[in-house]
Design a protein around this ligand. Structure first.
Ligand code: GTP
Length: 197
């Protein structure tokens, strides 16, 4: 039975590893640089306007947010990274939380890394991709803000993303626009296919 993304509820924010959810349901984990449009992508998937936070002060909160979809699957929202104005203390807190998250076996069923379709992925994007890889889970890469590209720029930019992240044949790169809704169905079916639901 397909997942009903209209049935989504916020469960909790985890600021410490003790609060990570471990109840056996599959978890689809979203990560991305601050301001890449992660909240907008999540809102688009869930057919909501202001469900996941959009446009708040970038990088202000270091917490893992859990949304339960259709009572079956968690959408796990990792705190954004790479925001220059974050204090060292906040960055360290982020690092410790992520270390715990990625080190714990079996937490992630599927990784969704959101990058900016306009730019070469940053060193932080590459690191995050490798962390996902390191868990052994499948990873889907979403190239967001596609609407900001000229048609002629799309293919070269996607290739740059593939090359920089060293994507392999089986890896999925979904061109996406949270603004326009482009790529939504492709992303939903990539998720379903990889979760086997
Ligand atoms: N043109 C365009 N703008 C987008 C798109 N997705 C997001 N934005 C804009 O990008 C800005 C950042 O979006 P957010 O969804 O808040 O980004 P975020 O990654 O969740 O940011 P943090 O809260 O800092 O982690 C907002 O002004 C959005 O309206 C898109 O596909 N196209």
């Amino acid at each position: 039975m397909t997942i009903n993304y209209n049935k989504a509820e916020f469960i909790r924010s985890a600021v410490r590893p003790e609060a990570f959810i471990r109840d056996g349901r599959p978890q689809v984990t979203f990560a991305g640089r601050s301001n890449v449009g992660k909240s907008s992508v999540i809102n688009r998937l869930l057919n909501r306007k202001n469900f996941a936070r959009v446009g708040a002060t970038p990088g202000k909160t270091t917490q893992v947010n859990y949304f339960l979809i259709d009572n079956r699957v968690y959408l796990t929202d990792l705190p954004g990274y790479g925001y220059a104005k974050v204090s060292k203390e906040e960055r360290d807190r982020w690092g410790r939380l992520m270390e715990s998250y990625f080190q714990e076996p079996g937490l992630i069923s599927l990784g969704v890394l959101i990058v900016d379709a306009r730019h070469k992925p940053t060193a932080d994007d590459v690191t995050m991709f490798q962390w996902f890889r390191g868990t052994g889970c499948p990873v889907v890469v979403v190239a967001n803000k596609l609407d900001k590209l000229k048609k002629s720029e799309i293919e070269p930019n996607l290739q740059l993303i593939r090359d920089t992240l060293e994507l392999e044949e089986q890896d999925c790169l979904v061109p996406f626009s949270a603004e326009k809704g482009t790529g939504k169905n492709e992303l939903l079916s990539a998720i379903s296919q990889r979760l086997g639901v």
